[in-house]
Design a protein around this ligand. Sequence first.
Ligand code: GRF
Length: 191
Amino acid sequence: MKRIVIFASGSGSNAENIIRYFEKAADIKVVHLLCNNPKAKVFDRCDRLNIDASLIDKESFAVDDTVLHFLQEEADFIVLAGFLWKIPEKIVHAFPNKILNIHPALLPKYGGKGMYGKHVHKAVKMHRELETGITVHYVNEKYDEGAIIFQAKVDLLASDTPETIAEKVHALEYLHFPKVIGDTIRTYGKG
Ligand code: GRF
């Protein structure tokens, strides 16, 4: 059984989608969710889905080794689903090619520090892009710069707003992210 720990900071719609996707899987299970925001709606989702969820602070995440040791005990793979903190090097090094993130744009464009949520879709709109999409990538020490695993695109209309762009991107996330996670885990180390 491969165990996934999810990190989230906000609403958690991707986290919910991933948890539900693996609910009946025999070989992969979401065992815990970690969140850095006490007000995040993702905690309500975990209560409803009966998934253990814990609040983490900067100290336990980036200064001492509390979260690192927890992950080394509990996780085989780590999935970031709307998590806003950079992953400390000690965690990246402890989980080589085992940390996956989803970014709501076609990296390397519209990535990096501060580029999350609506900020991304506003920038895509401002640049009059004809398409946008999602990127699933391995996490390294820098924001949004790890090797790309998967991308999916969607066409944009001049009439699209950051809100409608967000809807189109979320639809791609829900459709693809859980399957990409499953495929990545099931082929890990197989050449
Ligand atoms: C998603 O758009 C994801 O691409 C980005 O953060 C957002 C999280 O949304 N990394 P939710 O919390 O899963 O609804």
